[in-house]
Design a binder for this molecule. Structure first.
Ligand code: FPP
Length: 245
């Protein structure tokens, strides 16, 4: 798959990825699950660099879900450590590529160390403008929507807004992703065909792309293939083909 085939004028503005299959990848190799996660970070780096180089403006990665807290304590601890060490290590790559780091999710649930490191990197990269890399951490879409509803209800109760002010834009403004455009392309690796509580509101019109490739095996070539596939689809947003042309 050749990068040259990609039409730079029609790139998805926002790509979101459910990075799945680290555990199975490790198991296939007779290794511990964490070996899969470690190699998953290499796929993260490859994907971030390729998206920035192509000119994708927003990349959002599902790194840790609200449900992932139920995993064995040891795996959760190692994933958090991996997050901290990756942030430390990748700070330079982010700066070099002019990438801003952003995070969505219930960040208060993260261990102190991870939260600190995250905020440090977000502060240091806040002026970068080539691409926004958003990590979904302790993220769950239903929780995000619940929190938004609570905040809006509070505002109505305190007469800051009226019930009639509630429209799609207002709801959007209360989501963690309020400063991001809707997702254009959602990729899930590892052959699972599920959304798993990821960006339910934001993917309303997204093109979905599923690949059987396990996340640690995901390369630039796989990314190009997904983008080309996206570019060959007709996005109608509810209209007819004729209306579009
Ligand atoms: C899914 O594979 C992967 C995760 C739950 C974690 C993703 C984390 C990384 C890629 C590494 C850290 C990320 C950053 C941003 C530094 P799985 O464990 O569900 O795999 P399985 O379905 O095969 O068990």
């Amino acid at each position: 798959m050749n990068e040259q085939l990609i039409n730079k004028e029609n790139l998805p503005r926002h790509i979101a990825i459910i990075m799945d299959g680290n555990g199975r990848w490790a198991k296939q190799k007779g290794k511990l699950r964490i070996f899969g996660h470690e190699n998953g970070t290499k796929a993260v780096r490859r994907t971030v660099e390729a998206c920035a180089r192509l000119g994708v403006e927003n990349l959002t990665l599902y790194a840790f879900s609200t449900e992932n807290w139920k995993r064995p304590k040891m795996e959760v601890q190692t994933l958090m450590k991996l997050l901290v060490s990756s942030l430390k290590k990748e700070m330079k790559t982010l700066t070099k590529n002019n990438i801003r780091l952003n995070a969505i999710g219930n960040l208060n649930a993260l261990p102190e160390k991870a939260r600190q490191e995250l905020h440090e990197v977000m502060d240091k990269t806040s002026e970068n403008s080539r691409m926004t890399l958003t990590l979904a951490l302790s993220y769950g879409s239903r929780e995000e929507l619940k929190t938004a509803v609570q905040e809006i209800a509070d505002k109505v109760k305190n007469n800051i807004i009226s019930k009639d002010d509630i429209d799609e834009k207002l709801i959007n403004n209360h989501l963690y992703t309020h400063n991001l455009p809707d997702v254009d392309l959602l990729i899930r690796t590892s052959g699972e065909h599920r959304i798993s509580n990821f960006l339910l509101w934001q993917i309303a019109y997204a093109e979905l792309y599923f690949t059987s490739t396990l996340w640690p095996d995901f390369t630039e070539e796989h990314l190009f293939e997904a983008i080309l596939n996206y570019q060959n689809r007709e996005r109608r947003f509810g209209k007819t083909s004729e209306q579009l042309s």
